[in-house]
Ligand binder design. Sequence first.
Ligand SMILES: [Zn+2]
Length: 182
Amino acid sequence: MDRNMNGNTESNDSRNMDIPVPCNDCRQNLQEYLDGTLEKKSSLQVFMHLQDCDGCKIEHDQLEGMFQMLENLQDHDVPEGFDDKILASVNYEGYRAMENLRRERIPVFLEEEYLPAFIRSTVTRLAGAGISAASLAVMSLTSMPEYSGVLTVSLIVGLVPELVVRLQSLSRRTVVALQSES
Ligand SMILES: [Zn+2]
């Protein structure tokens, strides 16, 4: 099997049984493979990969050894008051202090700065609205069907900056409102 410098197989396609799975896919699936919860096809792919790949085989053996060790650990009775001690050690004050920070988190694409400055600029938005208004005016004044396509396009394109900015700010307010509800 061909491997590149990272030890990965050349192919990224794991859907086809004939094409070998890359090491990354194999290693991601190892835990489920060992648990026996991996679906049949992927399981077979991992099995095949392990026959050829020493690196993944070592990882497989280590993981398997660790699972066996965990299984062999003897059960111990939990000491009295164990839960209380754990709970008492948790820093709830610190957690509560960060409440507002967590609430204010909004997706990065809804941050104002996510849009390029030229789209957000008032000049662009006004110019765009101007283009749309002018197109609309020309369309309503003239009856030249050969231009109506161009005019419709410029009408729509002119509205884009304003729409994008408004849509983003509406979404941002919605997200913030939903977060403060929960
Ligand atoms: Zn491998």
